[in-house]
Design a protein around this ligand. Structure first.
Ligand code: SAH
Length: 351
């Protein structure tokens, strides 16, 4: 059964469902978006590590620096959430060869629900014997944790609420006569409920908040840090839910289980949850600024020095795509969560 069939069955049996249920089913079902070739030119969307190797390399050097700053804990858990095609981790590990003791001390753990993507990651990272997890909860706790996640949080499901004449209601997904998914609204929320202030449509992401809260609590217990990169803002202004099919934007409820569906990440509520767990938060910083501070330009120059003119030009275009303000440099952000008492990671302490 396809995700769309299952969603129809759920709605027939139980009535309208939340946006969160719709998203989770469309993305993570074994026949859903991440079971197919979602990432890259032949998929639906392209991510930073697929654009330039410099992205993963710089994150690798930042993790190596953090590991040295924290007294070179041996062993430690090197983890990634949502590793996609394994490109970021492969680039990160290659750059980390400058400090062989880091590699020797690392135990690689990958949090990934998609079985086909696990296969790709396992092949790509075979030399590092990755251990796979369905969720954060099962990562080992007996050593410090250094974790990266790029475009992972945006895939965790959201809920939407709309202001109506009588008050706030949750926005739900129903079926019309023809069997197409359509938006509807749920019951009136209690009078005191205020999902948002200024806008008439508010998105919340309880799954993202819970995830970051659990991550921060772990970092407090076992030490270490997390680098979380995604597109978004401190606070969202209205609707950001979007669906992308083969690199084109489509209506969010069409192509359920085929189009990638995601939304902007609101970083302030995530930072708040991490702080509540006792951890320290740095950023979010614009991705462009973060990569520049990590020495992106120096790395680019080094890389280009060994290439012919057209290959060098391609590397420069790719790096600009990651850092330029009118491309990914401003919309994407980097946020770090560290255990209390740890120094700010590279790139976050103002130069
Ligand atoms: N980080 C990669 C891939 C981003 S796409 C890159 O930058 O290219 C999102 C990734 O998260 C995919 O690998 C997807 O399968 C995984 N994913 C999505 N939802 C997940 C969940 N709930 N738990 C674990 N992994 C998930």
């Amino acid at each position: 059964m396809t995700p769309a069939d299952l969603l129809r069955q759920m709605i027939h049996a139980h009535g309208p469902i939340s946006m969160a249920e719709f998203m989770a089913m469309a993305l993570n079902h074994p026949g859903g978006v991440y079971a197919g070739p979602a990432i890259g030119a032949g998929g639906h969307f392209t991510t930073a590590p697929e654009i330039s190797q410099i992205f993963g390399e710089l994150l690798g050097l930042a993790l190596v620096q953090a590991w040295l700053d924290q007294g070179s804990p041996t062993p430690f858990i090197l983890a990634e959430a949502g590793p996609g095609r394994g490109t970021l981790m492969a680039d990160l590990l290659r750059a980390a060869r400058v400090v062989p003791a880091f590699l020797a001390a690392s135990r690689l753990h990958l949090i990934e629900t998609s079985r086909p993507l696990r296969q790709v990651q396992a092949e790509r990272l075979e030399a590092f014997s990755p251990v796979f997890h369905d969720e954060l909860r099962t990562l080992p706790e007996d050593a410090p944790l250094l974790l990266v996640a790029n475009e992972f949080l945006d895939a965790l499901p959201i809920r939407q609420f709309v202001r109506t004449g009588q008050g706030w209601r949750e926005r739900l997904v129903a079926l019309d006569q023809a069997g197409h998914f359509v938006f509807t609204v749920g019951p009136l929320m209690p009078a005191g409920a205020k999902p948002g202030a200024a806008q008439d449509l508010v998105e919340t992401a309880p799954a993202r908040e819970a995830w970051v809260g659990e991550l921060a609590a772990r970092l407090q217990r076992q030490g270490g840090l997390a680098l979380l990169l995604d597109y978004g803002e401190d606070e969202l202004a209205g609707e950001t839910l979007q669906a992308v099919l083969h690199h084109d934007k489509v209506a969010p409820l069409e192509h359920a289980g085929e189009a990638d569906i995601s939304s902007h990440v609101a970083f302030a509520p995530l930072a708040e949850r991490a702080r509540l767990a006792g951890a320290r938060v740095h950023g979010p910083l614009p991705q462009g600024l973060f990569l520049e501070r990590l020495g992106g330009r120096v790395r680019l120059a080094r890389l280009c020095a060994g290439l012919d003119a057209s290959a060098a030009e391609a590397q420069e275009v790719a790096y600009r795509r990651l850092t330029a303000e009118d491309q990914m440099g401003l919309l994407f952000k980097a946020m770090a969560v560290v255990a209390e008492g740890s120094p700010p990671p590279a790139g976050f302490a103002a130069a």
